[in-house]
Design a protein around this ligand. Structure first.
Ligand code: C2E
Ligand code: CA
Ligand code: CA
Length: 552
């Protein structure tokens, strides 16, 4: 029989610390001895949640004594949130099994142990809440990072890649379903992705539509495939509507160089941003090269204002050639950045300047330079060819764009027949409206408009019917292979363009075979390294004086 004195003592001893199990062992010492108990083992079963498909269990030995032992008694408690606490008692093997009275005696003690286990769980739950995203039950950034940290310390992290992914078209989903239902869609999305996870892998949510994951390296392709399009549903007016959610992802392949988990998410986020805003691809890997290129971009952005002031940007000219007689009929102005005794090509800096709008200032700077050059040629008695200037689509939000361009022409007294503007096509409906408005104004000013990179994106000839376009510039990729299927497309494009009264220019022409091929499909003008690379003004002047290429 356990005396009241002993019971009180036990309650008191156990209540000293809530956060450890050792305290039970110490408090139980006397009782254990008087009952010949050798071991008390607790199994804590957490309930099934969003985050764990199976109930998680934890085993703790609360009390242990030497001596050969046998199983003697088990008490099972169901917790409020439908988890379980199971207490198993072992006794010296030469003692008989517990009698019913002895079990009754032990019960208050076991109840106290059970309550202690519950308290311990609660304390840890409260701690975990700080590491958990309340909407999905997934780890938040803190929870995810502490798991990565654990894996790193155990030397297990090398098996994994980390991912940072941002869901696509989420603004649209929000608009369509409203905030509350969008939250539910996110939770459904999370549990769908969670299904894919295997032991040791983790999914986390950083808030909004940003997720992170830790996935085994060999499952990289399968994971990317999965998140490229997850179909779940949203409820609209009481009806289930399917929703497909894609993602833009930054991936970090963990290697030995990673000794601190602090930069892991940053690196992934950086790669995600590059994929989303620069490369415009579904994913990008965070590599050393990528980091360096971002640093270079940031440097360039900082250097830009001074570079403009110091006239470090220069227009190069690449001739456009009539395919029938090789006469130079125009040229394209292409910007170069004079730096450290060399020229940096626009592929390196235009994307950086596009991201923050600096490209607009640069385009006007080049337009001014071209106008100045034309003015100079006219003054020297030369008849210049028409020069096309590239304008970024970033200008389209400027309602005064056409006027602003016209003002530059006026400033240098350059007739509009000498200038042409190249713009790439757009998918965005809103942008398409702005583009049409801009093109209509340009038509009033008699400045020719070219659609650049035709055939790379989404532009279709049908769409072009609504655009007041003068010139179509075929992208290099259309003539790279010269396969029969390309030929059919090309000849159709040229035929329809001529019906719509558009000229067609092929760019990136490098071989005579391509020239013959383009002649066959009746493309009128070519531009490419076969004739000339982009060149500085003085050299181009000489070309213009010669007027044509001496080719038989
Ligand atoms: P883009 O407008 O499509 O210009 C054609 C690019 O193809 C130029 O590259 C040109 O040098 C290159 N190219 C011409 N012929 C050949 C060829 O036969 N083979 C190959 N492989 N390439 C050829 P570049 O000068 O490096 O310019 C790259 C891009 O940068 C341009 O593509 C354009 O999108 C952009 N860009 C250039 N200058 C400006 C500018 O002043 N403003 C804006 N917004 N963008 C510019
Ligand atoms: Ca161009
Ligand atoms: Ca182009």
């Amino acid at each position: 029989m356990i005396s009241n004195e002993l019971l009180k003592r036990f309650i008191y001893d156990v209540s000293v610390e809530d956060d450890t199990f050792e305290i039970i062992g110490k408090a139980f010492d006397k009782i254990g001895e008087s009952y010949g108990i050798t071991e008390v083992k607790a199994t804590l079963l957490a309930p099934v949640t969003y985050c764990s498909k199976e109930a998680k269990s934890k085993e703790v030995i609360l009390f242990k004594q030497q001596g050969s032992s046998q199983f003697a008694y088990c008490e099972e408690y169901v917790t409020r949130e439908e988890g379980k606490v199971i207490l198993n008692i072992y006794r010296l093997s030469d003692l008989p099994a517990f009698s019913e009275e002895e079990k009754e005696d032990l019960k208050p003690i076991l109840n106290i142990i059970y309550m202690h286990c519950e308290k311990w769980k609660l304390i840890h739950l409260v701690r975990d809440i700080g590491k958990m995203d309340s909407l999905t039950g997934l780890p938040n950034s803190g929870g995810f990072l502490s798991y990565i940290d654990e894996q790193l310390k155990e030397g297990a992290l090398l098996q994994y890649n980390t991912y940072y992914f941002n869901l696509t078209r989420f603004g649209l989903i929000n608009k369509r379903f409203g905030v509350k239902e969008t939250d539910r869609i996110i939770a459904r999305y999370a549990s769908f992705v969670l299904e894919f996870l295997q032991e040791g892998e983790r999914l986390g949510r950083l808030g909004g539509d940003n997720f992170v994951a830790l996935i085994r390296k060999e499952r990289n392709d399968a994971f990317l495939e999965l998140i490229s399009g997850v179909t779940t549903y949203g409820i609209l007016d009481g009806k289930k509507e399917p929703v497909t959610i894609g993602a833009v992802t930054g991936i970090l392949e963990i290697d030995e160089s990673i000794t601190d988990c602090g930069t892991v998410l940053n690196d992934c986020a950086m790669a995600m941003n590059i994929a989303k805003h620069v490369k415009k691809t579904a994913y990008a890997y965070a590599s050393k090269e990528l980091k360096e290129s971002i640093m270079r971009r940031n440097e360039m952005i900082v250097e830009f204002p001074n570079a403009i002031k110091n006239h470090e940007f220069q227009a190069f000219y690449q001739p456009k050639v009539s395919i029938s007689d090789y006469v130079i009929v125009g040229a394209e102005a292409l910007v170069r950045w004079k730096k450290d005794n060399g020229f940096v090509s626009p592929g390196e800096f235009i994307p950086a300047f596009e991201q923050n709008g600096m490209v607009c200032a640069l385009d006007f700077y080049i337009l001014e330079q071209v106008c100045m050059d034309i003015r100079k040629w006219l003054k020297e008695g030369m008849e210049p060819v028409r020069i096309s200037v590239n304008f970024s689509r970033k200008h389209l939000t400027n309602k005064n764009l056409a006027k602003d361009i016209m003002q530059v022409l006026k400033k240098y007294d350059v007739d509009s027949k000498y200038i042409e503007i190249e713009l790439t096509e757009t998918v965005d409906e809103e942008e398409a409206g702005l583009l049409i408005a801009f093109m209509n104004q340009m038509r009033k000013y008699n400045i020719l408009m070219t659609i650049d990179d035709f055939g790379t994106g989404y532009s279709s000839l049908n769409m072009l019917r609504s655009f007041p376009v003068d010139v179509l510039k075929l992208d290099k990729s259309l003539i790279d292979k010269m396969e029969e299927s390309d030929q059919i497309i090309l000849s159709n494009v040229v035929r329809m363009a001529s019906e719509l009264k558009m000229d067609v220019v092929a760019e990136g022409v490098e071989t005579w075979e391509q020239v013959d091929y383009l002649k066959m499909v009746k493309c009128g003008v070519v531009q490419g390294f076969l004739f000339d690379r982009p060149m500085p003004k003085q050299q181009f002047e000489e070309k213009m004086k010669q007027k044509k290429y001496a080719i038989e």
